[in-house]
Design a protein around this ligand. Structure first.
Ligand SMILES: NC(=O)c1ccc[n+]([C@@H]2O[C@H](COP(=O)([O-])OP(=O)(O)OC[C@H]3O[C@@H](n4cnc5c(N)ncnc54)[C@H](OP(=O)(O)O)[C@@H]3O)[C@@H](O)[C@H]2O)c1
Length: 257
C-alpha cells in the first residue's frame, strides 16, 4: 500500500498510537503533517519518519482545544502541501478517578476527544472533498463498553463513533469516506497522563493481558496497520465502520470452559 504523494495529517503524532501511525505511514511513503503539543517528542518522531522515507514531515505544534490552533493546523498544511488526502484524528486524553473534579474531567476529555476532533474535521473536510480523501478517527472499545470510573472518556468515544457515522453518511456522496478504529488497551502514556500511577498502570495491563483471549495486548503498531488499511484505496467500500482491535478482549471470558 503506497501513499506516495498522499498528504496525511495526523494529530497527536508525538506519542503512542499517533507516533506509531506516523512511522507506519512514513514507511508507505506518505507526505506527513504531524500535530502535537510537545516539541521535543514530535521532533523525535519526525526524525524517525524522515529516515524511513527521506521526506521531512511538516511539524505543527498546536493544541486542538484552541480554535486558533485548529485554523493554523489547516493553514500551515495547505500552505506547505496545497492539499490534504487523509486526516487521522488521534489526539486524545483520559481522566482517572481522583485526578480531576467531575467538571475538570468532563471538560478536559470532551474538549480534546470530541470538540477538537469535530472542529478540526469541519475545517479539513472541504480539502478532503477536493481530493476524495478520507478520515480515520481513533476511538476506543470503551465507546461501546461502559466503565463507570471513566465515564467522560466512554461518553466522548461513544459520541465520536456517532460523529464517524454521521459524517460518513453526509460525505459519502462526495466520495469522502469516514471510519474509526476502536482499540482495546494499548501501553502508551494515556493512563499515566490521565492521572494513574505507574504501579496501577502495570497492574491494570497485567490483568488485561491475562484476561485477553489471545493472552496479549494490542500495540500501537497493530493499530497503525489497521489505520493504514482503512485510509488506503483497498478500503474503498468501507465507510462509516468502527473497527474493534483488542485481541478479543470485548468477547469477555469463556465462562470457565
Ligand atoms: N492507549 C490506549 O489504551 C487507547 C485505547 C483506545 C483508544 N486510545 C486512543 O488513542 C488515541 C491516542 O492515545 P495514546 O494512547 O497514544 O495516548 P498518548 O501516548 O498519551 O498520546 C496522546 C497524543 O495526543 C496528543 N494530544 C493530547 N491532547 C492534545 C491536544 N489538546 N492537542 C494536540 N494534541 C494533543 C498528545 O500530544 P502531546 O504529547 O504532544 O501533548 C499525544 O501525542 C487517543 O484518542 C486515545 O483515546 C488509546
Amino acid at each position: 500500500m503506497s501513499f506516495n504523494s498522499k498528504v496525511v495529517l495526523i494529530t497527536g503524532a508525538s506519542s503512542g498510537i499517533g507516533a506509531a501511525c506516523a512511522i507506519r505511514f512514513a514507511k508507505s511513503s506518505a507526505t506527513l503533517a504531524l500535530v502535537g503539543r510537545n516539541h521535543d517528542n514530535l521532533t523525535k518522531i519526525a526524525l524517525q519518519c524522515e529516515k524511513l522515507n527521506h521526506l521531512k514531515p511538516l511539524l505543527i505544534i498546536a493544541d486542538i482545544t484552541s480554535e486558533n490552533d485548529i485554523e493554523r493546523i489547516v493553514e500551515e498544511t495547505i500552505k506547505k502541501y496545497s492539499k490534504i488526502d487523509v486526516l487521522i484524528n488521534n489526539a486524545g486524553v483520559n481522566s482517572v478517578p481522583g485526578a480531576h473534579t467531575p467538571a475538570e474531567a468532563y471538560d478536559r476529555v470532551m474538549t480534546t476527544n470530541l470538540r477538537g476532533t469535530y472542529l478540526l474535521s469541519t475545517k479539513v473536510i472541504p480539502y478532503l472533498t477536493k481530493t476524495k480523501g478520507n478520515i480515520v478517527n481513533i476511538s476506543s472499545i470503551l465507546s461501546n463498553k461502559p466503565i463507570p470510573v471513566m465515564t467522560p472518556y466512554c461518553m466522548s468515544k461513544a459520541a465520536l463513533d456517532m460523529f464517524t457515522k454521521c459524517t460518513a453518511l453526509q460525505l459519502g456522496p462526495k466520495g469522502v469516506r469516514v471510519n474509526s478504529v476502536n482499540p482495546g488497551p494499548v501501553k502508551t502514556e494515556l493512563f499515566r497522563r490521565g492521572g494513574m500511577s505507574d504501579t496501577d498502570c502495570d497492574t491494570m495491563f497485567t490483568g488485561i493481558e491475562m484476561k485477553s483471549p489471545l493472552k496479549k495486548i494490542t500495540t500501537g503498531e497493530d493499530v497503525a496497520e489497521l489505520v493504514l488499511f482503512l485510509a488506503s484505496d483497498r478500503a474503498s467500500c468501507i465507510n462509516g465502520s468502527c473497527y474493534v482491535i483488542d485481541c478479543g478482549l470485548m468477547l469477555g471470558d469463556a465462562g470457565g470452559l
